[in-house]
Design a protein around this ligand. Structure first.
Ligand code: ADP
Ligand code: ZN
Length: 439
């Protein structure tokens, strides 16, 4: 599939020279800092406390002097105290699921909705979308940014949008088949579920289902999962990253080279910092991703700590874009599990499971504490074939996975092979960890 020609939505921006880009970023950063200082009391106080005035920020090189923003700020100043534009200029509110407590909300001006739509139009184009395509949006349409982001991007391109929202799998597949949908937008876990259901219904990708590509994100997934998904649906599966605080999906996106996600650097400036000290780290090193929005006016974010862990590269990409790329998210500073003193990321376990024969990529990690010692149970579904196989074969697979986890992750886990379809499916973001130690 690598022979498909790269198409670029906004070549004047996406392929600009690094010098041009730095000059643009510096200008926009200065404007944003000034706007924030003049309009957001919380940030002005934070800058004052550090002894920094807007005029001290002369360009991107001075970014490191600015104070950070955090998710807790969105809760503490909920709902409108971080707005840097008059309340009546806000034309949209989106929110994040906020599984615990109050949701966080972000306010968008007309300009911000347009900035976001542009980022999503670039994203879909990079995965091969043109106005001839039919785009099925199976991310939730609502406060969650996934659905609206995909809708706006496809609409901007002029493609035909099918705004299904999430859930109702049978109906999703019926529309996909009847309309001849060519592109799919949803979480990678839901895409896998759709793919499996399509196969079970006896439908053949490439024949009954015309999908050619998909933009999958909103939750972490692995390279091994991509291979599986591309096979299952016969498509190019591109990774897409974003977060409500910064805009929504489309902050970064993969082109068909699939070598990391291009960051929309004319709209946001990325940094990688050491999560413990806050010090910026050079390209290539892994750390916490931090974003500064430079074109948003409703609720600009300066040095927003995402807690997502990845690395950046500015190596040239064969697609022609000059925007730096971020690696896959390997974990979050706050979802890293510390099990018997070992740092464990769910993505490491997923990699092992997706590579193993006889199991499906549906799993759950259950962490507990028994007699003052941490335990990890990995529940993973068997495929239908494996389920009806001999007990000794099943036991062999179980032992193999246990050994692999031990050697890749470095800890002993109890592996349980469960019946097909017994791990709960999610139509939105997959929940894959139950940590009973926190109860
Ligand atoms: P919430 O998850 O709190 O509802 P968002 O919907 O804004 O909030 O989700 C943003 C978060 O989702 C990111 O900070 C990141 O952790 C995760 N995420 C989004 N896209 C990806 C991706 N492609 N890979 C890994 N994680 C992702
Ligand atoms: Zn590229």
């Amino acid at each position: 599939m690598g022979d498909r020609k790269h198409i670029i939505y906004d070549p004047a921006r996406e392929c600009m020279s690094r010098d041009e880009l730095t000059a643009w970023q510096s200008e926009k950063l200065k404007e944003t800092v000034k706007r924030e200082y003049e309009n957001v009391a919380m940030y002005r106080e934070r800058m004052d406390a550090k002894g920094i005035k807007p005029q001290d920020i002369r360009g991107v090189e001075d970014l490191k002097y600015l104070p950070f923003m955090e998710k807790t700020d969105l809760r503490d100043y909920y709902p409108f105290d971080l707005l840097a534009s008059p309340r009546e200029d806000i034309v949209r509110i989106q929110g994040s699921s906020g599984t615990t407590g109050k949701p966080i909300v972000a306010g968008y001006t007309r300009n911000d909705v347009d900035v976001w739509s542009t980022m999503m139009a670039r994203t879909l184009t990079a995965a091969g979308c043109t106005r001839e395509d039919i785009v099925q949006v199976a991310y939730g349409l609502g406060l969650f940014t996934g659905g609206f982001g995909a809708y706006q991007g496809a609409d901007k391109i002029g493609a035909m949008v099918v705004p299904m929202s999430s859930g109702n799998t049978q109906r999703q597949i019926m529309m996909m088949k009847d309309l001849g949908v060519t592109m799919l937008c949803c979480t990678p876990s839901y895409a896998t579920y759709l793919g499996e259901t399509i196969r079970e219904m006896g439908l053949v990708p490439g024949k009954d289902i015309k999908l050619k590509a998909g933009c999958f994100g909103a939750e972490p997934w692995t390279e091994a999962m991509r291979v599986k998904l591309e096979e299952l649906l016969g498509i190019d599966a591109c990774d897409i990253y974003g977060l409500t605080e910064i805009a929504g999906p489309g902050v970064a996106f993969e082109c068909l080279e699939k070598q990391g996600m291009h960051i929309n650097e004319d709209q946001v400036i990325p940094e990688i910092i050491d999560p413990a000290t806050g010090e910026p780290l050079p390209y290539g090193e892994s750390g916490e991703l931090v974003f500064t929005t430079i074109t948003k006016t409703g609720m600009p974010m300066l040095r927003y700590r995402t807690h997502d862990i990845c690395s950046l590269t500015d190596k040239k990409c064969d697609c022609g874009r000059t925007f730096a790329r971020m690696s896959r998210i390997t974990g979050r500073t706050d979802d890293m599990l510390i099990i018997r003193g070992v740092n464990v990321f769910p993505s490491q376990i997923e990699t092992v499971l997706v590579r193993a024969e006889g199991v499906a990529p549906h799993y759950m990690l259950i962490v507990d504490r028994v007699n003052n010692s941490d335990t990890l149970e990995v529940q993973v579904e068997m495929t239908e074939d494996m389920f009806s196989d001999t007990v000794s074969h099943i036991e062999g697979v179980r032992r193999y996975i246990t050994d692999q986890i031990k050697s890749v992750v470095g800890i002993a886990a109890k592996v349980t092979l469960v019946a097909p379809k017994s791990v709960p499916r999610s139509e939105g973001k997959a929940k894959r960890v139950i940590d009973n130690r926190k109860l």
